[in-house]
Design a protein around this ligand. Structure first.
Ligand code: 0O2
Length: 213
């Protein structure tokens, strides 16, 4: 595919990233406006790099004329403060099943941590995009994780990039130790969750009053 064909191919995926970001950020906005707790802390989205799409297609034996079978060309990441929030976000996605999106399958890398130490909850969805050519249904991956899981995954991802997927064994071992530390951080934070939430609510209440003065 030349640059132009790639650009055209990626149009619906780019649109889906933008729409899904607005939708999930909207949930947080709405809950905050109603002074309710939001299980969503922040949302990011990306289009997979062309080189990564090709690599993944090759790994999975997907031919060039069926690249749309790569499930994470559109990727949305939803970050939560606490592990318990992940269940609430998963529930929010499930409630939309059959409405503006269709769940294809879910992968729980929190219960089934990857050997690398990676933890996150993935939901693969089908999402309809309305383009000038009509409706096109694309696949997208929603990753739901805590801030600690995200911190770990971001660092590990950049090391993987640096070492082109062959992280030296000693660093791999250290990453497994830090994954354990991130897990403990999540567990400890969950235990004092009510304390933290009270403190945050008080802080937000004060900030709102100050901003109104
Ligand atoms: P990009 O474009 O760099 O974001 P497999 O490797 O086959 O076991 P699979 O099926 O490829 O797993 O994983 P899955 O569930 O489709 O998830 C792919 C994405 O999940 C990755 O995107 C990462 O964002 C994340 N992920 C999965 N495993 C790991 C891991 O061990 N470490 C980190 N940091 N992230 C992981 P890509 O492929 O990196 O693409």
């Amino acid at each position: 595919m030349d640059d132009r064909s790639w650009e055209e191919f990626l149009i619906p995926y780019e649109q889906a990233v933008e729409e899904l970001k607005v939708k999930f950020r909207g949930i947080r906005k709405e809950l905050k406006k109603k002074n309710e707790y939001s299980p969503i802390e922040f949302v990011t989205g990306r289009i997979k790099k062309i080189s990564s799409i090709l690599e993944k297609a090759q790994k999975l034996g997907i031919p060039m004329d069926r690249l749309e079978e790569v499930e994470d060309i559109t990727g949305i990441r939803i970050m939560c403060q606490f592990v318990q929030d992940i269940d609430r976000v998963v529930e929010l996605v499930r409630q939309r099943n059959g409405k503006d999106m269709t769940i294809v399958y879910e992968k729980d890398y929190i219960k089934n941590q990857k050997p690398s130490g990676y933890r996150s909850y993935h939901i693969i969805i089908k999402y309809p995009v309305h383009t000038s050519q009509g409706e096109k249904e694309i696949l997208a991956e929603i990753q739901i994780r805590t801030l600690a899981m995200n911190f770990w995954a971001t660092i590990e991802h950049s090391l993987n990039y640096k070492y082109e997927g062959n992280i030296p064994e000693d660093i791999k071992e250290r990453l497994r130790t830090t994954a354990e530390a991130a897990y403990l951080l999540d567990t400890e934070m969950s235990e004092i969750r009510d304390e933290i939430r009270d403190a945050q609510q008080m802080f937000e209440y004060k900030s709102n009053i100050v901003s109104r003065i």
